[in-house]
Design a protein around this ligand. Sequence first.
Ligand SMILES: [Zn+2]
Length: 445
Amino acid sequence: MSEAELVLRSTRVVTPEGTRAASIAVTGEKITAVLPYDAPVPAGARLEDVGDHVVLPGLVDTHVHVNDPGRTEWEGFWTATRAAAAGGITTLVDMPLNSIPPTTTVENLRTKREVAADKAHIDVGFWGGALPDNVKDLRPLHESGVFGFKAFLSPSGVDEFPHLDQEQLARSLAEIAAFDGLLIVHAEDPHHLAAAPQQGGPKYSHFLASRPRDAEDTAIAGLLAQAKRLGARVHVLHLSSSDALPMIAEARAEGVRVTVETCPHYLTLTAEEVPDGASEFKCCPPIREAANQDLLWQALVDGTIDCVVTDHSPSTADLKTDDFATAWGGIAGLQLSLPAMWTKARERGLGLEDIVRWMSANTARQVGLDGRKGAIAAGHDADFAVLAPDETFTVDPAALQHRNRVTAYAGKTLYGVVKSTWLRGRRVVADGAFTEPKGQLLDRA
Ligand SMILES: [Zn+2]
């Protein structure tokens, strides 16, 4: 390890081969070797010994709504990436909607990149968007480096990002399959939503009934059928309905190229505990019952669900009214996803290795960054989260870096305090103090 500039040492380093005491040698922005714990530190190298704090690969969150430019009162690259860094996330991929413009043309992508460039505290990539009228823009966007394309099958919540009907979905997916791109889908069927009771008001049970599982199940079934017909790569965003799991497993067994994500709020919060009027818990599809949640955990363990991502989608506090029908739908969780997940995972006897698989290794692979992100291994970017897994804290919204300090996790006591976060060999946050933004804008490899 004579070349190392930095050696990061811990009794617990989570590597692809398991957790062990190790010394991570870093030169420039890259990990050059993962060595035995007591390997000699080369002359001139700086030793950072974090004791028994756990070193994880920086998390890769492929589902974040940064909303910048255009709705920067909701969130922005400066605040979102600081919150992410504070939460141990070193890479995020920004969703194409809720910013104005949406990322649906090459010119709009350029605008987004310009806005993000000097505000990113972590590395940032971009999804493109598939709209009813932009099929011609998909290939140029793909060639400009977006990681794939997002589509809605039911109204998105913002007028400038209309959803696709089945025919439009087929057309977009055929185009994306032609260049072997990836389509990521918000899967709720608009007809099933329209047929569900839409009572509105503050009762969570009424909101839950308005977004039934069969809306998700039907949309996913249709998507799987199209993916199968076209040989296309598809990804189910924010799965909430456990009823869809058997058909996903079956489709995959038949060779359909489908991956699946779910979110910390579906895995750590339950419908039973949502107070009436508490629309900080509103998201679509909704947080469902505890029994449903058990099946989502089981599917993570058995591999039917690949990834856990935040779907961080905040708004200003005034849009979080006590009427579930009209309140903004989206949960702010960027800074809290790691401790929220770790708290419940440890209760279930699962390990930090599992968290790393779902929130770093598999998400990196999902967007083709797995040669560079998502693992503590030689040749990878030196991105780390240093975690005190047995320390607890109580969530104080005022202490969050999110632009709007509205969170469904307020008051919860969580395990796992992020002590520092490292991006490409540099410590970017330690004990709440940030460096200047050094994040890079990433292109699809
Ligand atoms: Zn989303």
